[in-house]
Design a protein around this ligand. Structure first.
Ligand SMILES: NC(=O)c1ccc[n+]([C@@H]2O[C@H](COP(=O)([O-])OP(=O)(O)OC[C@H]3O[C@@H](n4cnc5c(N)ncnc54)[C@H](OP(=O)(O)O)[C@@H]3O)[C@@H](O)[C@H]2O)c1
Length: 310
């Protein structure tokens, strides 16, 4: 309130630069003008020194007095000074630098714009292909879901034992009844060894046998394929095809199945030579379980457990 108010500069950076540049030009021109005056005085002095005062009167080069050469050399220096002030400075001065800089910045900006444009195009393409892939995956999943529910059916001990010497290890009549009830009217997919463990094909079911043999002979009505994918394809009209074993085929199909129908036999079987894979609880959710004690028809207690893929 009582102190002297500080003056705030109203000149911006560009204006200041222009002023500084103009001041510099004035100084350059002044110096050139002074050079010109000195040159004129000097030239007159050299002429007088030679012709009037007789300094170096006898010194000539190709018949011409030395002062002519001295004046010419000075004139050359003056012309050089003149060129640097009016020509070089015009082309290479601040304004020229600024112009070049602007040109460069414009070129860089154009390149950045082009890069941005091609980047956006790429991004659009990636987004389109991602959307396409998602739609494809969704439609594939829906197609699989709507056509069938691939189900693995097995009876396994607590230690996952399922067989020995190409045969079952136990006889559980309720398990056989359940197997018949669930699989009747459906396709049953099996390995060649499991197929050979049956005395004859099971009634009321379409058998699909997987073998690497190209000339494997089977009774009429039995389908033979050389890999699991062809087996699933052969059962594609079925709403619930079953994988019925054995160990090799269970292992191959675990990651493709939608459902597991397990008969868990509550005992361990040390002599078994074939096993069912571990059921990963992070992938499978138990949805149903009924437990039965051992009785006169069943040597072991057992549970019927249904899992669905999470
Ligand atoms: N407890 C149960 O619920 C249950 C159910 C079923 C079976 N089992 C038992 O399991 C045992 C049989 O199982 P296993 O593992 O030994 O045999 P398997 O799985 O029944 O059959 C194996 C055969 O399948 C064919 N095969 C396997 N992988 C193949 C592939 N990638 N491509 C083409 N063909 C392929 C081969 O036939 P080729 O050699 O002809 O090429 C192979 O020898 C028996 O003890 C049976 O009683 C138990």
């Amino acid at each position: 309130m009582f102190g002297k108010k500080k003056q705030v500069s109203t000149i911006d950076k560009d204006q200041l630069e222009l002023i500084e540049n103009a001041q510099k030009r004035i100084r350059q021109k002044k110096r050139l003008y002074i050079h010109f005056v000195i040159f004129l005085i000097g030239a007159v002095f050299l002429i007088i020194a030679n012709t009037v005062l007789g300094i170096g009167k006898d010194f000539t080069i190709v018949g011409i007095n030395w002062f002519v050469y001295a004046i010419l050399a000075w004139l050359f220096l003056f012309v050089y000074h003149f060129i640097s002030v009016f020509i070089t400075n015009k082309f290479m001065g601040k304004a020229w630098e600024k112009q070049q800089l602007e040109k460069l910045v414009n070129q860089q900006q154009q390149r950045i714009d082009k890069l941005k444009e091609s980047f956006l195009k790429e991004e659009r393409k990636i987004a389109q292909s991602q959307a396409f892939n998602e739609t494809l995956t969704e439609s594939k999943t829906e197609e699989k879901k709507s056509t069938n529910e691939l189900t693995i059916i097995v009876a396994a001990g607590e230690d996952n034992a399922i067989g020995k010497d190409n045969n079952l290890i136990w006889h559980l009549s309720n398990d056989l009844k359940r197997f018949k009830k669930l699989t009747s009217g459906h396709h049953i997919i099996m390995g060649r060894k499991t197929f050979e463990s049956f005395p004859k094909p099971l009634p009321n079911r379409i058998h699909i046998v997987i073998t690497r043999q190209l000339d494997y002979k089977v009774p009429s009505g039995v389908i033979v394929v050389n890999n699991l994918e062809d087996a699933i394809d052969a059962a594609k009209t079925d709403t619930q095809p079953f994988i019925i074993g054995g160990g090799e085929i269970y292992k191959l199909s675990m990651h493709l199945a939608d459902k597991l129908e397990i008969t868990r036999v509550h005992s361990t079987f040390e002599g078994a030579d074939t096993h069912f894979p571990e059921i990963d609880s992070s992938k499978w959710k138990e949805v149903n379980r009924t437990t039965h004690d051992a009785d006169e028809k069943h040597n072991y207690a057992y549970s019927f457990i249904t899992y669905k893929r999470r």
